[in-house]
Design a protein. Sequence first.
Length: 327
Amino acid sequence: MDLLAASRAFVSVSEHGGFTVGAAAAGMSQPVASRRVAALEEHVGERLFERTSRRAVLTPFGRDLLPAARALVRAADVLLHEAETARRRPWRIAVPAVCATAALARLVADARALGIALDLRPAPPAERQELVRAGRVRAAVLAVPPDEAVWSVPLGAATATEPAVRRLWLETLRPGRTDQRPARRLWIQPEDDVPHIRDPLARLRDATGLRPAQLATATDLTEAVAEVLHNDDLLLCSPDEAARLGLHWRPLGELSPARGFALGAPDGGDPHTTTTRLGRALARCLEAHDVPAPGSHGPGPTADRKAPDGPCTPPASPPPPTPPPTA
């Protein structure tokens, strides 16, 4: 027996003094109301109404039970109201600040199609981590190493002029002793100023003999792009970002860096539901690849985008001088 439905029928019939009117007020047919009241009477072991041809009159037992039945119906109505309010409350999610406005708008629209209202909070990696730690968001798209990622975005170098190579090798940025021009720099934007991206690039910079300042971190994307346009520098970014900025993108020759993303939730929260319902929409917003499960086949997260034909190896170093013959 549905105790709540039976109690609702009992309360409505008692308040309206008859099964026909009471059933209509409760949004059910008269036979349904009669069956539910009869089931409740059988469940509690006593009659609730003295039935006449025109009215339903409460028995003494029915009068005693009515306040508790009313309280149950009111509590259920409050619960349903709170559930509806919670369902309509926006999901506050922290997302990378590098997401394009059009991509964020599409994410909001995709969520609305699923009956979800979103309140997006674009922020850099450290701030997103703090928002989820402090419980100020339902979930956050966190920057994580590739082996922890759900989504991955390949990174490469973008330049103002189109290079005649398929890959850009950082060692080609090493200035010669007679160079008069300032050394070209690779700019890292705030989204990529995280250890699993920054540190391998710093090690590669040192291994290839670049100057420390040739790997630079920008305060924002506008500053970095201005340096690329003015000084012929390079910007670490994704292919889609480069296209939006009017730059020419190539993968790096020595490394295949990638942004890794996963959804995090405050302590005690489970991001699985959010990932399940919004996973595809989030992937589109991030312009990301899903990371294949271990042992699966398919393109990896750093698959190359097609680039014009050209040399894909760094320029060869000149051979060492031949020593003079010995006497």
